[in-house]
Design a protein around this ligand. Structure first.
Ligand code: GDP
Ligand code: ZN
Length: 442
């Protein structure tokens, strides 16, 4: 696991051509290798222009070199950054020269992994580096940056510490059996457990929003043919002209488009129209629509407001919030309006689309400025939910039997679950999986 005895090297800038390309070295031989490549090095954290030479002395490129001595560097080790010209060919030659001088090509995420192992950042912060780089909207980028600076970890640690503090308190009481009865019965412990549970629930909600910022929101648009699904999708993508990313994967039956709603990357899937018929080909379309609905975070059910007939929506999953959208109000003569999860809009005139965005923002638990407080990942959400499960069990044990032992054990398990988020309790196997999903050079 710990490779810190060797020195790694990678191209830190994305593949392709650019004005500048950065190569990063990290490890005990970083400065020695850089010296062989470009001669005497400048003093720490100052840039100097140097020629980069291979072992035969042939000049490969010229550029800036900066030395960051450990432990005050990204990885906590000695780091050297070489800024050459942004040519993939030139950068590869410099990289090869570094390898000739004794460096090893870094694997995916190895720089971040070293930063984590050397306590420069916790696991959630290291993940936030990757999420910041991958951010699809400005809100997502800002949230990832807050996680990178430790806003999310701080809340997780705060709750974990409170769990440990209560556990220690309960265990101390268990050591003094006479006092245990008073102590557990006087309601103070039950109150504190309830307080921890409320805190866990609030954290779960915020992490859930943070997860949406990282992974994006999936919305399935369903409804009968000609209800106006495609028109609505187009209208929304025009309405939110911010950053529109094309997502490949347009299939015969499902058309996807990524737009921005309240700063969230939202992938809208326009499914083939749902019909209530037994026809073979159409029922295949219905199946696909159902699959989309089950995978979605929200469902837009588009209804033609000029259609007097009521058509029930088949195969609706119970677990996914449904927003009913009566479309074509410009034809039906209705005004744009909203009652709960029911809105009236016109995809053609754009009337009511702001109300629709309002419902989406509310359903996804976003704050007024449109964003979450920090970014998070599904694995974090799962860990917080598991912690909540243990707190609830401890609470039930306390209620049912007044058992301090079982409560203490559940509190310990809850704190351990949270420890997985920041990496205090994380197995090598999970660490390997997380860092290997990063890019090389990160
Ligand atoms: P889909 O089959 O559900 O995707 O429906 P389309 O988006 O293809 O729309 C079907 C027809 O209804 C098209 O002729 C659209 O121009 C029209 N349409 C969709 N939305 C509106 C609307 O809000 N107002 C009016 N007047 N026509 C609409
Ligand atoms: Zn359509």
């Amino acid at each position: 696991m710990n490779h810190s005895h060797d020195t790694i090297v990678a191209i830190a800038t994305p593949p392709g051509r650019g004005g500048v390309g950065v190569i990063r070295l990290s490890g005990p031989d970083s400065t020695a290798i850089a010296e062989k490549l470009c001669g005497p090095l400048p003093s720490p954290r100052t840039a100097a222009l140097r020629s980069f030479r291979d072992p035969e002395g042939a000049t490969l490129d010229s550029g800036l070199v900066i030395v960051f001595p450990g432990p005050r560097s990204f990885t906590g080790e000695d780091v050297v950054e070489l800024q050459g010209h942004g040519s993939p060919v030139v950068l590869e030659m410099i990289l090869a020269a570094c390898v000739d001088f004794g460096a090893r090509r870094a694997g995916p995420g190895e720089f971040s992994q070293r930063a984590f192992l050397n306590d420069r950042m916790d696991l959630a912060q290291a993940e936030a580096v990757a999420d910041l780089i991958a951010a699809a909207t400005d809100t997502a980028a800002r949230a990832a940056h807050r996680s990178l600076e430790g806003a999310f970890s701080k809340e997780v640690d705060g709750l974990a510490e409170a769990l440990v503090a209560l556990r220690v308190w309960v265990e101390a009481a268990l050591d003094f059996p006479d006092e245990e009865i008073d102590f557990l019965a006087d309601g103070q412990v039950a109150e504190r457990v309830a307080g921890l549970r409320a805190r866990q629930e609030a954290l779960l909600e915020r992490a859930g929003t943070g997860r949406l910022l990282t992974s994006g929101v999936r919305i399935a648009i369903v409804g009968r043919p000609n209800a106006g699904k495609s028109s609505l999708l187009n209208a929304l993508s025009r309405h939110d002209a911010a950053i529109v990313t094309e997502v490949p994967g347009t299939t015969r039956d499902v058309l996807r488009e990524t737009i921005t709603i309240a700063g969230l990357p939202v992938t809208l899937a326009d499914t083939a129209g749902i019909r209530e018929t037994a026809d073979r080909v159409e029922s295949e379309g219905v199946r696909r629509a159902e699959r989309e609905m089950h995978a979605a975070d929200l469902i837009f059910w588009v209804v033609d407001a000029t259609d007097p007939e009521a058509h029930p929506l088949p195969g609706l999953p119970q677990s996914v919030p449904l927003i009913r959208i009566d479309n074509k109000i410009d034809l039906s003569g209705e005004s744009p309006s909203r009652e709960g999860r029911h809105v009236r809009v016109s995809a053609v005139t754009g009337a009511g689309l702001d109300l629709l965005e309002q419902v989406v923002t509310e359903e996804l638990g976003l704050n007024e400025s449109g964003g979450g407080e920090y970014s998070a990942r599904q694995r974090h959400v799962d860990a917080i939910a598991l912690a909540g499960e243990h707190i609830r069990r401890g609470q039930a044990e306390l209620d049912a039997s007044g058992s301090g032992e079982l409560l203490a054990e559940e509190l310990r398990l809850a704190a351990d679950a949270l420890g997985e988020i920041t990496g205090r309790m994380t197995s090598d196997e999970l660490l390997g999986r997380i860092f290997s999903s990063f890019c090389i050079g990160k």
